[in-house]
Write a protein that binds this ligand. Structure first.
Ligand code: HGA
Length: 612
C-alpha cells in the first residue's frame, strides 16, 4: 500500500525521506516521489518503479530542503505513471495521500468548472486543488485543510505543504494509518513508524479524524477545530530490529524465525504447562458470557481463522464462524448477543477488517447488544488493538516479506492460547487437556526446527515445479486451510496458478484438472483422516497426477513412481497445522526464487492492505 513520509527540520531532509521510503518498500508500490519546499518553490521528483529510481533522480537534481513530503504509490485510481505518482501539486500546494477519495469525480467536476486543470488521473489531485482553492478564503494552511476535510468521502491519510508556509507541515488521519515521529528540533510523519525508526523512537499515534500541524519545535493536534492532547509513546528497541542478516530474502529469514517467534508468543501466556493467571485476565468476564465466536479476517489471517474454527468446536465446544472481512462488512450481518468478535490481522490496520469491526460495534450499539471484541495482531500500537476490548499480540517481530509466514504461525499459536483460555473460563475443557496441549505448544518450536532440516529436500522438489503452470494443494480437517494457505503462498510469490481444496472435494470437480502435468501437493500428518487421505492420493495417481507429499514420518507414505515424499517430524494432530505450514512456505519460496520473481515484494501486492 502507499507509504507516506514527511518531515520538518533544521537540516535538509532529502535523505531521510528517501531512507524512509525504502523502509516502506515492503508494503508494495509501483512508483515513488517527493517534494521539498525551498526558497519559495516546490521542488519535486517522481519516478515509476523502485525507490532507487527516485533516489537516482534526486541525486542528479540535488534537490534539498528542510520541509518535505514523500510517497510510495500503490495505484488505486490511475495507472502507475510518473504523472500519477505523488506528491500532487496545485499552485503552491503539494499533497501526498494514502487511501481513496470516494467522491473524487464529483469534486473533480466542480473543480474543473472553477478552472482547475488536472494533470493526473488520481483521486488524490482533488485534494491539492481543494486546498489551493480554500486558501483564497483564509491565509491559514491549517484552516484551509480544515475546510477541505469535510468535503472528502472515503479513507485517507494526508501530508500537505505549501511554499508560502515554510514552517509547517499539515497532516490528516481519516481511515488510513498515520504516526508522528517526535524529534528534537524536528518532527516527522509516516504511515508506518518503521520508516522513522532511524531518527526517533518517540511517536504520537493519531486517531481517526485528527488534523495535526507540525513545526520544527511543536506538534498541535486538532479534532473539530479544538486542540487535543495525544500522548507521546516511546517505542521498544526490539521493534527496530529488521534487517535481512545472512538471508537472501526477508521471507526466508522470517520462515527461519518461526521457532523463536512462536516461543515468544506462547511465553506471554504460559507458565510451565498452565495458562498464566494474568493472561487475558481482563477478558474473563466477557469470555464467561460468550456463547459463540465470529472471526473476521482477510487472506492468510483468514486461513488462521479457519483453523481456529475447527479448534474452537473440537477442543472447547464453542461454536465458531469465520468470514472474509470484505464480505462481512457489506452483507448486513446479524450481530448476535453474547458473541465474541475476533479480528485477525498482521498489521492491525487491514482496512476491510477494521471497517468490519467498526461496523459490528456500531450495529451492536444501535441494538444495545452485549458483545465483546478481540484483536489478534502483530503490532501493539495498531488501530485494531486500540479499538477492540481485548487484544492478544503475536510477538512475531516485524514481518517485512509481503507473503506472510511467521505472522501466520504465531497467529495460530495465539489462537490456540485464546481457545484454551476461553475453554478454561467456561469450563469446557479438562485441565489435563490444557496441560497436554500446552506441553505440545512448548514442543512445537523444536518440531519446526527439525522440519526446517528438510529445506534441501524441498529445494530439490521445487526444481520439478518451476516450469509448471498449475498446482493443487490438498488436505483434510485443519490441513484444508493449510492447503488453501499453501496455494495462496505459491500464487503470491511464484505466480503459478494454484488451488487449495479439501481433499474430500476432489471428486466433486477438481479431479477433472488432474493429468500428467498437474503437481498435487498433499498434507498428510498422522491423524484420523490419514486413511481417507491415502484414498484421495490413489485417485490422483490413477489419473496420472504427480504427488508431492508432506507426510508424518510414521504415516507409512513412501516414495514411489510419481510420488515424492518429504518426511515431517511427528507432532500431535491438533497442532499439526502449525508445523505443516513450514514445508508449504519453503516450497513456495524456492519455486519463486527459481522462477526469478521478486520474492519479498511480489508484483501487484502490498504488505499491509490499508485501502479497500
Ligand atoms: N488513491 C491514491 C492513493 C492510493 C493508495 O493509498 N494506495 O495504497 C492513488 O491511486 O494514487
Amino acid at each position: 500500500m502507499c507509504g507516506i513520509v514527511g518531515g520538518i527540520a533544521e537540516r535538509s531532509i532529502t535523505n531521510i525521506l528517501i531512507e524512509g521510503l525504502k523502509r516502506l518498500e515492503y508494503r508494495g508500490y509501483d512508483s515513488a516521489g517527493l517534494a521539498l519546499i525551498n526558497g519559495g518553490q516546490v521542488l519535486r521528483e517522481r519516478r515509476v518503479g523502485k525507490v532507487a529510481n527516485l533516489e537516482e533522480a534526486v541525486n542528479e537534481s540535488h534537490i534539498a530542503g528542510s520541509l518535505g513530503i514523500a510517497h510510495t504509490r500503490w495505484a488505486t485510481h490511475g495507472k502507475p505513471t510518473e504523472n500519477n505518482a505523488h506528491p500532487h501539486i496545485s499552485g503552491d500546494v503539494a499533497v501526498v495521500h494514502n487511501g481513496i477519495i470516494e467522491n473524487y469525480q464529483e469534486l473533480k467536476d466542480d473543480l474543473e468548472a472553477l478552472g482547475y486543470v488536472f494533470t493526473s488521473q488520481t483521486d488524490t489531485e482533488v485534494v491539492a486543488h481543494l486546498v489551493n482553492d480554500a486558501l483564497k478564503n483564509t491565509p491559514s494552511l491549517l484552516e484551509a485543510v480544515r475546510q477541505v476535510v469535510p468535503q472528502l468521502k472515503g479513507a485517507y491519510a494526508l501530508g500537505i505543504v505549501h511554499t508560502d508556509h515554510p514552517n509547517e507541515l499539515i497532516t490528516v488521519r481519516e481511515g488510513s494509518p498515520l504516526v508522528i515521529g517526535v524529534g528534537i528540533g524536528e518532527n516527522f510523519i509516516s504511515s508506518d513508524q518503521l520508516a522513522l525508526l532511524p531518527i526517533t523512537n518517540r511517536f504520537i499515534y493519531l486517531e481517526e479524524g485528527d488534523i495535526a500541524r507540525l513545526t520544527r519545535t511543536s506538534i498541535e493536534v486538532f479534532v473539530d477545530g479544538n486542540r487535543v492532547e495525544r500522548p507521546v509513546k516511546e517505542l521498544d528497541a526490539a521493534v527496530s530490529n529488521a534487517s535481512k542478516g545472512e538471508y537472501k530474502h526477508y521471507m526466508l529469514k522470517e520462515i527461519y524465525e518461526q521457532p523463536e517467534a512462536i516461543q515468544q508468543t506462547i511465553s506471554q501466556a504460559l507458565n510451565g504447562n498452565a495458562l498464566r493467571d494474568d493472561f487475558l485476565k481482563n477478558a474473563e468476564a466477557d469470555f464467561s458470557k460468550i456463547q459463540q465466536v465470529q472471526i473476521i479476517a482477510c487472506g492468510t489471517s483468514y486461513h488462521a481463522g479457519m483453523i481456529a474454527k475447527y479448534w474452537f468446536e473440537q477442543l472447547i465446544n464453542v461454536s465458531a464462524q469465520v468470514e472474509i472481512a470484505s464480505e462481512f462488512r457489506y452483507r448486513s450481518p446479524v450481530i448476535v448477543n453474547n458473541t465474541l468478535y475476533v479480528c485477525i490481522s498482521q498489521s492491525g490496520e487491514t482496512a476491510d477488517t477494521l471497517a468490519a469491526l467498526r461496523d459490528t460495534q456500531k450495529r451492536a450499539a444501535a441494538k444495545n447488544l452485549d458483545i465483546a471484541t478481540l484483536t489478534i495482531c502483530n503490532v501493539a500500537t495498531s488501530s485494531m488493538v486500540r479499538e477492540t476490548d481485548h487484544s492478544l499480540l503475536t510477538l512475531a517481530g516485524p514481518e517485512i516479506g509481503v507473503a506472510s509466514t511467521k505472522a501466520f504461525t504465531t497467529q495460530l499459536a495465539a489462537l490456540m492460547l485464546l481457545i484454551l483460555k476461553i475453554g478454561q473460563v467456561k469450563n469446557t475443557i479438562a485441565a489435563e487437556n490444557i496441560e497436554t496441549i500446552t506441553a505440545e505448544l512448548w514442543h512445537t518450536p523444536k518440531v519446526i526446527l527439525d522440519t526446517l532440516q528438510n529445506n534441501e529436500a524441498i529445494l530439490r522438489l521445487s526444481e520439478l515445479f518451476k516450469e509448471k503452470q498449475h498446482c493443487l494443494f490438498l488436505g483434510r480437517g485443519t490441513q484444508f486451510p493449510i492447503a488453501l494457505e499453501g496455494a495462496l503462498k505459491l500464487k503470491e510469490i511464484s505466480y503459478i496458478h494454484a488451488e487449495g481444496y479439501a481433499a474430500g472435494e476432489l471428486k466433486h470437480g477438481p479431479l477433472a484438472l488432474v493429468d500428467n502435468d498437474m503437481p498435487v501437493v498433499i498434507l498428510a500428518p498422522q491423524d484420523d483422516m490419514l486413511d481417507k487421505l491415502k484414498s484421495n492420493m490413489e485417485e490422483v495417481q490413477a489419473r496420472g497426477g504427480e504427488l508431492f507429499v508432506f507426510a508424518d514420518i510414521n504415516s507409512g507414505v513412501n516414495e514411489k513412481d510419481r510420488q515424492h515424499v518429504v518426511k515431517v517430524p511427528s507432532i500431535s494432530a491438533v497442532l499439526a497445522p502449525i508445523v505443516y505450514s513450514i514445508p508449504v512456505q519453503l516450497l513456495s519460496y524456492h519455486v519463486a526464487v527459481l522462477r526469478g520473481t521478486d520474492v519479498d515484494q511480489p508484483r501487484n501486492l502490498a504488505k499491509s492492505v490499508t485501502v479497500e
